[in-house]
Design a protein around this ligand. Structure first.
Ligand code: ZN
Ligand code: FE
Length: 241
């Protein structure tokens, strides 16, 4: 019994994530910003939807929520801190809260930085992390509302999750993140191996995600940054890259 996660490509380069608890068949969708492809993916997977999970309030993560909710009549879960700018929430959550998906349980992790109210969900059974626009493969979210110090602290919370954790992020940014990572860390053999795999997947038309946290810890410059000041400098450099 465990939770599995499948990316659903939407919009230009976003991913919604279809979660399924294998024990019960319970299904959830994360960040359904485009209703049609998401509804199609849910129908293909059996037509059951038990829950909508939201990582943050940006339109490219929530725009399809009302249509998906209307179609399946399921509850919507998001950050209590952002209730005023999220679709109507049936469960408003904060750090340490649990969301139930059949026999699976997801823990809410506060990860401010990209936005103030950003949250991630971690399903221990299956080691699935929904990292929204906090942690990307080989990158991290831009500091739109939070400070570098906040984002660094958020990333450190994710870094201590089990190494086998599958990082399910909100965007297909990996190849462009890889160019920056290689520019700042050109001699990192683990990074080169990581990028080789990403290029193969993308050339085959496959998503580059989810990635494995252990690989991110070796290759992602925002996770290998030794302290908040180095992280801040790196993030500023990436903004101009
Ligand atoms: Zn965002
Ligand atoms: Fe986004």
């Amino acid at each position: 019994m465990s939770v599995t996660a499948t990316p659903v490509p939407i919009l230009k380069d976003n991913y919604a994530w279809l979660l399924r608890d294998s024990g019960s068949g319970a299904t959830a969708i994360v960040d359904p910003a485009d209703a049609d492809p998401v509804i199609e993916a849910i129908e293909k997977a059996g037509g059951r939807l038990d829950m909508i999970l939201l990582t943050h309030h940006h339109a490219d993560h929530i725009a399809g929520v009302d249509a998906v909710r209307a179609r399946f009549g399921c509850p919507v879960v998001g950050a209590a801190a952002d209730m005023h700018r999220l679709p109507r929430l049936d469960q408003a959550v904060k750090e340490g809260d649990t969301v139930r998906l059949g026999e699976g349980a997801g823990t809410v992790i506060d990860t401010p930085g990209h936005t103030r109210g950003q949250i991630n969900f971690f399903f221990a059974d299956g080691a699935v992390l929904l990292s929204g626009d906090t942690l990307f493969s080989l990158g991290c979210g831009r500091l739109i509302e939070g400070t570098a110090r906040e984002m660094y602290a958020s990333l450190r919370k994710l870094a201590v999750l089990p190494p086998e954790t599958l990082v399910c992020c909100g965007h297909e940014y990996t190849e462009s993140n890889a160019r920056f990572a290689l520019a700042v860390d050109p001699d990192n053999a683990a990074l080169h191996a990581f990028v080789g795999k990403v290029e193969q997947l993308r050339a085959a038309g496959q998503p580059s995600v989810p990635s494995v946290l252990a690989d991110e810890l070796d290759a992602n410059p925002f996770l290998t940054a030794p302290d908040a000041a180095s992280f801040a400098a790196l993030r500023a450099k990436k903004d101009k890259f």
